[in-house]
Design a protein around this ligand. Structure first.
Ligand code: 6GU
Length: 289
């Protein structure tokens, strides 16, 4: 899998040379390149942001710099740059399918589901924007993206990026995703991208030493449940015993015990996951739990 990351702090991603991610790179399974967005600026200050149109605090990342960068990394031709910034229409809402803007050729139908269709050459990258105001990134997304050939992450900083950037690339037929990693605010997309990358790449075939270890985890399989609790030896430690059934050697009982614990714990900690369970994925014994 080829992975490009664009950031004003590409050094953030040096940690990807460590541990399993580093190993996957040496094995040739992953090819990660972190680019500096400022390499696509032309002014002496290498500025990448500007004040928000409509007022408000903070700075917003400028579309022009991102576009030069993303056009190049996506191998797209730059459009006519005759359109002076004043002629552009600012959409009034954040909606990505604003129909106006023929100047920008917003003819494409935004479609988050598209994976690798389209006429374009082989594997156009999936373009991913971390964004605290976007839908949550889930294990399902990680699983889907672990099959992609090429991912391109665009890390915003400051208050975010101009919303026309993802709109524009969607209209060009690129598979564009915007994701939040949780209900809290980070200073920029770098950490969020590291999180998503780790969740995605560990699901790639050949990434894990023991592929079984990703099968039984929380959030995978039919009906996402939190995992049961884990114990190792000794059987009694500081006066605390592991549950007897785990020492019984009866695999059927052990499986039932773990499944019950997963259901009970999920119900206590994440009732929303229980709500979302597909009843068909439950067996009779589950229903009793
Ligand atoms: Cl993707 N970005 C930022 N800046 N903050 C976040 C986030 C992303 N997800 C949760 N908080």
């Amino acid at each position: 899998m080829k992975i490009d990351i664009v950031s004003v702090f590409p050094e953030y991603f040096e940690v990807l040379n460590l541990s399993l991610m580093g190993k996957a790179q040496s094995k040739g399974l992953l090819e990660i390149t972190a680019h500096n967005l400022r390499d696509w600026t032309h002014d002496v200050h290498h500025s990448v942001d500007d004040t928000p149109v409509g007022g408000g605090a903070g700075m917003v990342m400028k579309p022009e710099v991102w576009a030069e960068c993303l056009d190049e990394l996506l191998n797209l031709p730059a459009p006519n740059e005759d359109d002076s910034p004043d002629e552009l229409v600012f959409p009034t809402s954040e909606s990505s399918d604003s129909p106006a803007d023929d100047a920008l050729d917003f003819s494409g139908i935004p479609n988050d589901e598209t994976e690798e269709d389209d006429d374009s050459n082989a594997a156009a990258p999936v373009l991913i924007f971390p964004n605290p105001s976007a839908p949550l990134f889930t294990q399902r997304d990680a699983t889907e993206l672990s099959h992609a050939e090429h991912l391109l992450f665009s890390c915003g900083r400051y208050e975010g990026y101009d919303s026309r950037i993802p709109d524009y690339y969607r209209a060009q037929g690129i598979d564009v995703r915007e994701y939040s990693i949780g209900d809290y605010v980070l200073n920029g997309g770098e950490v969020a991208v590291s999180v998503m990358l780790e969740a995605i790449t560990r699901l790639m075939p050949g990434f894990m030493g023991n592929p079984d270890s990703i099968v039984e985890e929380s959030y995978t399989g039919e009906g996402a449940l939190l995992e049961h609790r884990q114990y190792t030896k000794p059987a009694v430690w500081r006066g605390i015993a592991v549950p007897d059934v785990l020492l019984s050697g009866d695999h059927g009982k052990v499986d039932r015990f773990r499944r019950d614990e997963a259901l009970t714990r999920t119900n206590e900690i994440r009732p929303d996951l229980i709500e979302a369970l597909d009843c068909k994925a439950l067996d009779k014994a589950d229903r009793k739990t």
